[in-house]
Design a protein around this ligand. Structure first.
Ligand code: GLN
Length: 450
């Protein structure tokens, strides 16, 4: 704990933590030391964890990096947090993120941008950018983030760490602030696959508080990380994702280098066609904004956090609270979502996108029943300059999510692992995607890959 507190202090300029629980963490560390001495410590004894500011932690602030939740203190803990604590992990603080997890750069936080620790003029990715930076700069051992369309994997790629997004429904969403409920998953950022596996095995599994969570038994992932090198795999890559002209050349080279290495090790790696590729981003942004506009309607000035001081009646309280409390990106998405859900456009956009999502899911599961894994880069580019995207070219930022939204649309598990650096020393991520509930196999394979 002392080590990480020092690191947090030394890296304050990165703006990663919104709050640090120094005394509480130190006290817990002492209690856990005693448990270790008594031989009664849990599986995660002493693991120092940082929490993205979208995951509830009883009696601690929680605000999704938004002004609209100023002053809000959670009355309960997320299931994932309870399970971490039950195994004696130590929570060191809560981390900034893009407001309500909407973004790819961590510039949309009400508390200012978070800086990439590798190059401070660049973004760390988003929306769990601070959670990735915290692991990369050794301010905690593991972070819990959330991944709706890449928010764990993309910042992991931009900061050179591991980012795991499990199968949808693998981890309870109880206590996770909702962005787009049918996409949201809690995910893990860590320095290596072993820590991700151990954390997942603790936090995953059935939970009476979340009706959507799977009852599929949780394997002991951390004990199954040995990859059987005699086993020859069949791996696919979507042709356009790896051969794309929009891919940074060095990312393309490093990805192909991995593909060649896998072939040399006797695995079959083949290019596959995926005709639905062009529909991934539109489908993602239609459905997630629709779900977001509904989910965020609960922030009305009555139930949570702030209330506008300028309100004079009920209606102005709603309007002013929301106008003053939400940032621009959140407003943009609420407007987009309200539009695609409106009576005259519902069928043209929302219903159509639901149908396309079903096709994407079925086609992806089919690809993964014929192949052990899909591999691809996590992102088309390495970390970009702070300020590169604004309201005039925001669509370009959305386009950057091409490789990560696929897993969320299909509900599949995916992981980003470091795959070298570009000529400027910026990390490159490699993504592996597996079929539903195949985390065990996926983790062992990615450990072998590294
Ligand atoms: N960048 C994507 C978005 O803004 C992903 C966000 C996320 O996974 N929370 O929607």
């Amino acid at each position: 704990v002392d080590h990480y507190l020092k690191q947090i202090e030394a890296n304050k300029h990165l703006n990663a933590f919104l709050e640090v629980y120094a005394e509480e963490a130190q006290q817990r560390a002492e209690e856990i030391d005693a448990k270790i001495a008594a031989g009664t410590a849990g599986k995660l004894a002493g693991m120092v964890v940082g929490i993205k500011d979208v995951i509830a932690h009883k009696d601690h602030g929680l605000q999704a990096s938004s002004k609209i939740l100023d002053g809000f203190v959670s009355q309960f803990s997320a299931t994932a947090i309870e399970r971490l604590l039950a195994e004696d992990a130590i929570i060191i603080g809560r981390q900034s993120c893009d407001e309500f997890a909407m973004g790819s750069s961590n510039e949309n936080s009400a508390f200012g941008p978070v800086l990439n620790n590798i190059d401070n003029s660049r973004v760390p990715g988003g929306s769990s950018g601070a959670s990735a930076v915290a692991v990369s700069a050794d301010m905690c051992l593991v972070s819990l983030g959330s991944d709706t369309g890449g928010s764990v994997r993309q910042p992991a790629a931009f900061t050179g760490v591991v980012g795991l997004k499990p199968t949808y429904s693998r981890i309870s969403r109880w206590g996770l602030i909702a962005y787009a409920s049918s996409f949201d998953t809690i995910g893990v950022l860590s320095k290596n696959v072993d820590d991700a596996a151990l954390t997942l095995e603790v936090i995953a599994g059935a939970d009476d508080n979340d009706a959507t969570v799977s009852k599929t038994p949780v394997p002991a992932y951390s004990e199954a990380l040995e990859f059987d090198t005699d086993k020859k795999l069949k791996i696919g890559y979507i042709k356009e994702t790896v051969e794309s002209e929009h891919l940074r050349p060095e990312i393309k080279e490093q990805t192909f280098a991995k593909i060649e290495a896998l072939k040399a090790a006797g695995h079959e790696v083949e290019a596959i066609e995926f005709p639905l590729l062009d529909y991934l981003l539109p489908t993602y942004y239609i459905l997630t904004t629709a779900e977001a506009s509904t989910n965020l309607s609960r922030y009305d000035g009555v139930r949570y956090g702030m209330r506008s001081e300028n309100a004079t009646d009920l209606e102005s309280m709603y309007k002013l609270t929301r106008s003053e409390g939400f940032g621009d990106e959140v407003k943009r998405r609420i407007l987009l979502g309200t539009f695609v859900l409106s009576a005259s456009y519902y069928d043209a956009y929302f219903t159509k996108a639901q149908k396309v999502r079903r096709l994407i899911k079925e086609a992806s599961e089919k690809m993964l029943s014929n192949h052990d894994f899909l591999i691809m880069p996590t992102t088309a580019n390495t970390a970009f300059e702070i300020g590169k995207y604004n309201e005039n070219n925001i669509l370009e930022m959305y386009l950057g999510d091409l490789y990560t939204v696929h897993a969320n649309l299909a509900g599949l598990p995916a992981i980003s692992v470091p795959n070298g650096v570009d000529s400027e020393g910026l990390p490159i991520g490699l993504q592996v995607m597996a079929n539903r509930f195949e985390e065990e196999k996926m983790l062992a394979f990615t450990k072998y890959l590294q």
